[in-house]
Ligand binder design. Structure first.
Ligand code: NAP
Length: 214
């Protein structure tokens, strides 16, 4: 299954630096893609594995597009980049999606051969203390919190994080784009060109997503 294989580099014996891009991706847009590319370069990652959530922990009472659509849009958006892969790990795991379960599974798969970097939006990272077993994340991965320029980073200094957890921040101008805004635009037939890949917009249109009619 693409994205779920084990990457090993037989030419160079070094630890794999694997980025895991976690998000609902409802839909995926250029902000996510630019953030993943920026993380790849800034943190010298070998690959970024996009990880669409199955049942997002904080959205169990919200309407979220079915996981298979979000997965396929993510595959379409990343298809042309050899450094990006997409995983079905979370969408195939039954029940509510918890990051600690995913990181534990990846740690088991890669053992000590990889350093794991969990990349996601800063707003989500700020809630880390409410995440399931967040203290265990310190042993499993480094967190990379992506923000738009001008975002108030002071909460990262003020709020306690689980002991030993490494949190890096990364500014990404394209994160002014948001999935919420794209869904609202689509529901009211406003333009979305240049906010997300055209092929993703075509997929949305073909599957009648975000029509605001139910
Ligand atoms: P969210 O609340 O929908 O997103 C918060 C903010 O971050 C939004 O502005 C969002 O923008 C942005 N964002 C989300 N994913 C991003 C990414 N990969 N890169 C850059 N910006 C991103 O967050 P969510 O999707 O529910 O959760 C984000 C990740 O954290 C998921 O992997 C989720 O499983 C994990 N998480 C885990 C727990 C837990 O284990 N208990 C709890 C909460 C979240 P857009 O709407 O434009 O994406």
């Amino acid at each position: 299954m693409p994205g779920d294989g084990k990457w090993t580099d037989t030419r160079v014996r070094k630890r794999l630096r694997l980025g895991i891009m976690g998000g609902t991706f409802d839909p995926i847009h250029y902000g996510h893609l630019v953030a993943a590319e920026e993380a790849l370069v800034q943190f010298n990652l070998d690959k970024v594995l996009f990880m669409p959530t199955g049942t997002p922990a904080r959205k169990t009472d919200q309407r979220v597009t079915p996981a298979e659509h979000r997965y396929l849009m993510t595959v379409i958006a990343t298809a042309s980049n050899p450094d990006f892969e997409v995983s079905r790990l979370e969408i195939d795991r039954p029940g509510v999606t918890y990051t600690v379960d995913t990181m534990t599974e990846l740690r088991t798969r890669y053992g000590d051969s990889a350093d794991l970097f969990f990349i996601t939006g800063a707003d989500a990272v700020l809630e880390i203390l409410t995440w399931k077993d967040s203290a265990r994340l310190a042993d499993l991965c480094t967190l990379i919190a992506a923000t738009r320029p001008g975002y108030d980073l002071s909460p990262f200094m003020e709020r306690p994080v689980p002991s030993g957890l490494r949190v890096e921040t990364m500014e990404v101008p394209a994160l002014a784009i948001s999935s919420t805004d794209i869904r609202a635009r689509m529901a009211s037939r406003r333009p979305v060109r240049y906010l997300l890949p055209e092929a993703v917009a075509a997929y949305v249109s073909k599957n009648r997503l975000y029509r605001g009619d139910g």
